[in-house]
Design a protein around this ligand. Structure first.
Ligand code: HEC
Length: 317
């Protein structure tokens, strides 16, 4: 036995040694793509967030490289796994598939936002005292491409094939683009807003409702996901929307947020500037009050605030 096994094992190690070196760079590349495009749904480690855990034993669509590559390229439109074929070239998709294969047996505990023992409702709602903070895919709501220069190739995200989709964005907008790294906050009916952690920029505000998460979380209590939507439905009236290029030049880097009386204060860098932003409701319903501090490379700090008044026509449909 030994005689037969040793040479076999040695061959195996040799082969593995060669291919692991080659794969490592590819897996690294795949990891980067994953954290940009896939982590918002599958979680930073692939352990699931708004979409299934990719590291556990439950595999829906196959375990081979070919099957995984196919799923990534074509998506599962009816189940709201976006098709990436139009967004990434084949090599990028394959590298991402290699990365997915590399984490498949990690068996990490699932990080689903909606787990069966929580009491998630599809209509989360906050208040001025207890703002509701959600990290999720968000619709672009008509925000123009010039606002998204750092979303790969200047595209907001993959365009979703609405024909195969299961979601329904009532009257707000169509077709639907998704912003993968949104932090969305609701202060009750008076104000909701969406901040994009990729551009480090406010995208839009609205009032009168928050979101319908049914497509993500399923109907009813308990987070039993019946189906997935690509993006939630924004409820209410749009008030303000970002447009034009960013105020600060440079690459945005999101650093996180802390909570100030329940509301997130974002920390980020754009080029040499360190910026904090806290958004709160103002006395006027729908009008957001934004407090900024901006520290430049010499350590000079200035702060200012601004109100975001209506800059969008009421939707008459
Ligand atoms: C908008 C959310 C979303 C994003 C972004 C997303 N996925 Fe998915 N993904 C899903 C959903 C939902 C499913 C489950 C589909 C189903 O139920 O059939 C899925 C399934 C998968 C599967 C199949 C899992 C299995 O069990 O067979 C793979 C592999 C996968 N995704 C990889 C990726 C990769 C790689 C990316 C980034 C390029 C990505 N996904 C981005 C939502 C997403």
């Amino acid at each position: 036995m030994e005689y037969r096994l040793i040479p076999l094992a040695a061959t195996g190690i040799l082969l593995a040694g060669i291919s692991v070196d080659a794969d490592d760079a590819i897996i690294q590349q795949g990891r980067q793509t994953f954290s940009t495009y896939c982590a918002p749904c599958h979680g930073p480690e692939g352990a699931g967030l708004l979409a299934p855990n990719l590291t556990d034993a439950e595999v829906l669509h196959g375990e081979s490289l070919a099957e995984i590559t196919k799923i990534i390229g074509e998506g599962v439109p009816a189940r709201s796994m976006p098709p990436w074929g139009g967004v990434m070239d084949d090599a990028t998709i394959e590298a991402t598939a290699h990365y997915v294969m590399s984490i498949m047996d990690d068996n990490l505990p699932s990080g689903m936002v909606a787990t069966p023992d929580t009491t998630v409702t599809p209509f989360p709602f906050g208040s001025a005292e207890e703002p509701y903070v959600l990290r999720t895919f968000m619709p672009t709501m008509g925000v123009g491409d010039e606002v998204f220069p750092h979303h790969g190739n200047g595209m907001a995200t993959p365009k979703y094939d609405a024909k195969g989709g299961t979601f329904n964005i009532e009257k707000m907008q169509d077709p639907i683009d998704g912003v993968p790294g949104g932090v969305t906050v609701n202060f009750g009916e008076a104000l909701s807003y969406c901040f994009d952690t990729t551009e480090c920029r406010l995208l839009y505000t609205w009032q009168g409702g928050f979101m319908d998460m049914t497509d993500y979380w399923g109907a009813g209590q308990g987070g039993q996901r019946k189906k997935f939507g690509y993006v939630p439905t924004v409820l209410g009236n749009m008030v303000w929307r970002a447009d034009g290029p960013a105020e600060f030049n440079g690459t945005p880097r999101f650093r996180g947020y802390r909570k100030v009386e329940g509301a997130p204060e974002f920390f980020y860098e754009i080029g040499d500037y360190q910026i904090t932003l806290l958004v709160t409701p103002s006395d006027e319903p729908g009008v957001a009050h934004c407090y900024y501090t901006v520290t430049d490379s010499s350590g000079q700090k200035r702060s200012f605030s601004r109100f975001l008044h209506q800059n969008i026509e009421e939707d008459s449909s």
